[in-house]
Design a protein around this ligand. Structure first.
Ligand code: DUC
Ligand code: ZN
Ligand code: ZN
Length: 470
């Protein structure tokens, strides 16, 4: 059992920033104390990190990743191994990935396949949500078993992608009723898929094939309408509802309205919706915009979505920032959609950059340090039943710790990132701040710009019910 002392740092929690030293014993946090409090035990420590001038925060938790997801005629290009190492580089010490039940498949078979992919392959701890791709008696029974026995307490449903993951309103209601009975969380991809499919076919018939039509055929109204419908169905079923990857301000307005009425409705957004846009990225000349095809789509900057999303992050109508990490290479994957935007695999990879990109919100005054930690670590832990094991630096919590250096900077580039992608959606972006040291359950994963961790270190996280309900 090794002992680690982190001294002279500024420890960030949701409630403030304090100068505290932190003692790690084995895999857990042993104690926090005023600067110098652990001087007497320092000689007995195996490692001592001087965090003077740096921040000390709970490891990031990215609750929305898709490692190796079969999608769009190919597979997301990060394995659990490459993706979890990349996450560690970026200060993320836990992920919750989406295990998949495809239409026609049994939930338990889909789950077993996901365990087989991840087992022994992760550098950081990981849990699963379950995508329910076919709501029927079998899958509803499986929801009960997963919640009660497997530590999977959240289920994603799709109002989009007919023929792939889509559920109709009746199926959604039934799954929500089951979630209500169990206390589990419904996660919703809220876009009106059948209507979008009509708009896509019409655009293609007009010869509109460039990547930008991906967004133009998924207008704001399709996200807004589906979000509102999901909220109404959840109200009828009395189920908690978490809307994933929100990009349209009008849709978040619907979440804010429901929250104002006291409903257990929560919103998540992703860095791409805070920083990237239809005009500047998706509409790039030629096929370059394909890099930015994801769903929900990037929105028009001129419509004010980015400003509104930052504001909703401050008001907690958006409670979590995840990445929806779903990487595809340009060559051999995104190029499946050359000449037909609807065949471009949907997804952006950024599991490595979430903590840095959100820290930019602190630098630019959009959010406080406390809010940074809250939306990237503490709320994700509470929302998905991992608190206080994760998401907080308290005695007894897992020693998942990031030392963050606000005096260094990071240049994001495919040439230096660790994700298995031949491009970066954030190529050339310069961010203030740099992940200095990353510790996962007392093991040092990153220090001195070197990965010192181990694939296989990461453990499966059996989660409890949400601790975030109103
Ligand atoms: N959206 C994406 O962009 N990729 C994967 C699935 C999804 O809903
Ligand atoms: Zn989705
Ligand atoms: Zn997703």
């Amino acid at each position: 059992m090794s002992k680690i002392l982190i001294k002279n740092g500024r420890v960030i929690s949701t409630t403030g920033v304090v100068e505290h030293d932190l003692l790690i014993d084995g895999e857990s946090i042993a104690a926090l104390g005023a600067p110098g409090y652990f001087d007497a035990v320092e000689p007995t420590c195996d490692r001592v990190f001087d965090a003077a001038g740096k921040y000390v925060l709970p490891g990031g938790i990215d609750v929305h990743t898709h490692m190796e997801l079969p999608f769009g005629g190919t597979h997301a290009s990060d394995t659990f191994s490459t993706g979890s190492v990349a996450a560690a580089w970026g200060g993320t010490t836990s992920i919750i990935d989406f295990a998949v039940q495809r239409t026609g498949e049994r939930v338990h078979d889909g789950l077993a396949a996901w365990h087989a992919k991840a087992d022994g392959q992760c550098a950081i701890d990981y849990g699963f949500h379950m995508i329910i791709g076919g709501v029927d008696e079998d899958s509803l029974a499986a929801m009960r078993d997963l919640t009660n026995n497997e530590g999977i307490t959240s289920f994603k449903l799709f109002m989009a992608y007919p023929g792939v993951f889509y559920s109709d309103d009746g199926q959604i209601l039934r799954a929500m009723q089951t979630a209500s009975e169990l206390g589990s969380m419904i996660m919703m991809h809220a876009e009106n898929g059948p209507a979008i499919d009509v708009l896509v076919a019409q655009a293609l018939a007009r010869g509109e094939t460039d990547p930008k039509y991906h967004s133009l055929t998924r207008p704001v109204e399709m996200e807004e309408e589906a979000t509102f419908r999901a909220i109404m169905l959840a109200k009828v079923a009395k189920a908690p509802l978490y809307i994933v990857h929100m990009s349209a301000k009008e849709a978040v307005e619907a979440v804010a309205g429901a929250r104002g009425r006291g409903a257990n409705v929560f919103g998540e957004t992703c860095p791409q919706y805070l920083y990237l846009s239809l005009e500047e990225h998706l509409a790039k000349a030629g096929f370059d915009g394909a890099a930015y095809v994801c769903s929900t789509p990037l929105r028009a900057h001129s419509e004010g979505h980015q400003e509104a999303l930052w504001n909703y992050l401050r008001t907690n109508d958006l409670s979590v920032v995840s990445t929806d990490h779903c990487p595809f290479c340009m060559k051999g994957q995104k190029d499946l959609g050359l000449g037909d935007f609807s065949k471009i695999p949907n997804g952006i990879g950024s599991v490595e950059h979430r903590m840095d990109l959100l820290y930019q919100g602190v630098v630019t005054g959009e959010i406080t340090l406390e809010r940074w930690v809250e939306i990237c670590s503490t709320t994700p832990a509470r929302m998905f039943g991992l608190y206080p094991q994760k998401g907080v630096l308290l005695p007894g919590s897992d020693a998942d710790v990031v030392i963050y250096d606000p005096h260094r900077s990071t240049d994001i580039s495919a040439a230096s990132h660790h994700m298995n992608m031949d491009h970066s959606a954030y190529e050339g972006i310069h961010v203030d701040g740099h992940v200095d040291t990353v510790i996962s359950r007392g093991s040092v994963l990153i220090e001195n710009d070197t990965f010192t961790g181990r694939v296989g270190h990461g453990k499966y996280l059996k989660r409890g019910l949400s601790q975030y309900l109103l």
